[in-house]
Design a protein around this ligand. Sequence first.
Ligand code: UDP
Length: 313
Amino acid sequence: MAQKACVVTGGAGFIGSHLVDALLEKGYRVIVLDNLLTGKEDNLSEAKKNPQFTFIRHDVTQTLPDMGTVDYIYHLASPASVVDYQKFAEETALVNSVGTRLMLEYAKNHHARFLFTSTSEVYGDPKEHPQSESYWGNVNPNGVRSCYDESKRYGEMMTMLYYRKYKTDVRIIRIFNTYGPRLKKDDGRVVSNFINQALTGEPLTIYGNGSQTRSPCYVSDMVSGLIAAMENDAATGEVINIGNPEEYTMIDLANKVKAMTGSQSEIVYLELPVDDPTRRRPDIAKAMRILGWKPTVTFDEGLKKTVEYYKST
Ligand code: UDP
């Protein structure tokens, strides 16, 4: 079989860079497009040693460079933390709309498979629990999070339009909360905040009363789910949740982080951000059925590796 060639947009980001490493490990050729708005070139320091790897600094909302024929296009480019996408609201809205259209056009013209990374945020503050792919969501269309939620929903629409109109070989993955090494210390996400607060002896900041839930997925599980979705014929034209269904309140998370780090930090309660979803947990029955995929890393194992990473950086 000829060697596969992949494009990863957002490949300098947290999930993107782990995906790049896994694809290179499989012996594939990998081209990253990233404008480094929120990604970091440092995340690609291992990848850059590999002759199969190419980095192109490029904003995918602008005319794309000619990358020749490629087999797989993973479209991950977008700010993704609540802090980042509110700071870069316009860039976020555009990369998921204009950027998705341009990447789909490239896939269509080069007969490449296309994977759009959508988000559990398309479910908004969900009225159905756990969230399965058939749930349409409860989203504020013009609130402070809408630059992300609504542009991802638009991206899903455009992806399905190319599937229906041009028969482009697409799949949509809804990524649930993911954590692990390379999650930026200062991007405001709960796992990175709590661990870094615990390690420096600062108070752990719980927003609201801490009863809201999330279901954290370790990054290597996320990456194996994305690759399975790309390479599985049965995923064509499908929308699939990838995440870990183990659900925790923010109070549970704070206590787990404190126990694992042996931290004496106190816990403080701050104001809940606007439109913060009260609960989130993926129904992964479809991923298990279609992809034969399920997460394998327990929260304790993943947390330990993430704590080690922050200690060493
Ligand atoms: N959160 C928190 N303390 C923090 C950061 C976040 O309690 O220091 C809460 C936040 O209000 C939300 C949950 O943790 O309910 C997950 O937030 P995150 O930004 O990690 O992801 P998302 O909101 O996108 O699920």
